[in-house]
Design a protein around this ligand. Structure first.
Ligand code: TYM
Length: 332
């Protein structure tokens, strides 16, 4: 079976609808026909300052949310990045193959370091995409399900894989990004031409999966809509309404065209009211399952321990190949 791999950072108390619709839903769908590796990217999280206690809590919550949304630990290796030391080890080798200018071109570094200035950003934030390349290449996956904002990191990953294969010997598979166009960039509810983002959006702009359901409903009902009154998908002219239609279609499985027909002659208020209900129905059981999983710490620990064992089997083999090929000696 073809392999899939993806990761998510534990940098908020809850995943949001951008994470879920842009990426996590595809993780769940792909696990049926693929061999999946899914992880919580705690090494990536510390590229910006984290409170240790909060990071630990969020890492567990992230794992609980993955299980609550349907990631099946019998099919998927679910693990925490720092439990598999090969990620950091391969990252070093790849850093030595990455050009300084090549790393500098990564737009997320530019965005994230823009606030405090480059001088305030850590070197870890600068080399972040190379660690991500290591995350991926260790497992030789065919597909990497992510949102649009990760496309550039996938391109770097493919470049580094090709470079290593060419310089040494064919070692890595060139992975394909798996990005679903319809949900690749979920917009901020208050600023729909920007992506919904835990670091950049205002609280009113993000629907968190673990918000109280009535809070999520209110956010949907307060979403910014556009001039005019017709419920129609038009990303350029009606970014607010189009974003709501995207979310609606994704959660219900109804094609956007059907929704447009259903709301012909109705206003934005009806659309938002109905979507708010759809969202409540969706998040309520998810939230209950997550909170229940959080209560059973020993179960979570066991899932993550088993996931790390499965991940290390694959990762250590790849790293062994890499170490041989670059000319490292083995301890006698
Ligand atoms: P992260 O933690 O920021 O986001 C997790 C996933 O959610 C997607 N996403 C979105 N998709 C659509 N619309 C949005 N508004 C939206 N916001 C977030 C992201 O594209 C991502 O797929 N660098 C990664 C984590 C990572 C990783 C990896 C991913 C580390 N190593 C290896 C894949 C493979 C990140 O920061 O995602």
């Amino acid at each position: 079976r073809p392999r899939v791999l993806s990761g998510i950072q534990p940098t908020a108390d809850s995943f949001h609808f951008g994470n879920y619709l842009g990426a996590l839903r595809q993780w769940v769908a792909l696990q049926e026909e693929h061999e999946p590796f899914f992880f919580v990217a705690d090494l990536h999280a510390i590229t910006v300052e984290q409170d240790p206690k909060v990071l630990r809590e969020r890492t567990l919550r992230a794992a609980a949310q993955l299980l609550a949304m349907g990631v099946d630990p019998d099919r998927a290796a679910v693990f925490v990045q720092s439990h598999v030391p090969e990620h950091a080890q391969l990252s070093w080798v790849l850093q030595c193959l990455t050009g300084f200018g090549e790393a500098r071109r990564m737009t997320q570094f530019k965005d994230k370091s823009a606030k405090g200035g480059e001088g305030a950003a850590s070197v870890g934030l600068f080399t972040y995409p190379v660690l991500q390349a290591a995350d991926i290449l260790l497992y030789r996956p065919h597909f990497v399900p992510v949102g649009e904002d990760q496309r550039q990191h996938l391109e770097l990953t493919r470049d580094l894989a090709g470079r290593f294969n060419h310089r040494y010997k064919k070692t890595f598979r060139l992975p394909e990004p798996y990005i679903l166009e319809a949900t690749a960039k979920i917009g901020d509810l208050q600023d729909p031409t920007s992506k919904m983002s835990k670091s950049a959006s205002s609280p009113a702009g993000i629907v968190e999966m673990l918000d109280e359901p009535r809070v999520s409903a209110k956010k949907i009902r307060s979403a910014v809509t556009d001039s005019g009154s017709e419920v129609r998908f038009d990303a350029a002219e009606k970014p607010g309404v189009s974003n709501l239609l995207t979310i609606y279609a994704a959660l219900t499985g109804a094609p956007v065209a059907d929704l447009e027909e259903q709301y012909a002659g109705h206003g934005y208020g009806d659309l938002k009211r109905d979507l708010a209900e759809v969202v409540v129905e969706f998040v309520t059981p998810f939230r209950d399952r997550t909170l229940a999983l959080m209560e059973d710490r020993s179960h979570l620990d066991a899932v993550l321990a088993a996931g790390a064992v499965r991940a290390r089997e694959v990762a250590s083999r790849t790293l062994g190949d890499v170490y041989d090929r670059v000319g490292f000696t083995r301890p006698a």
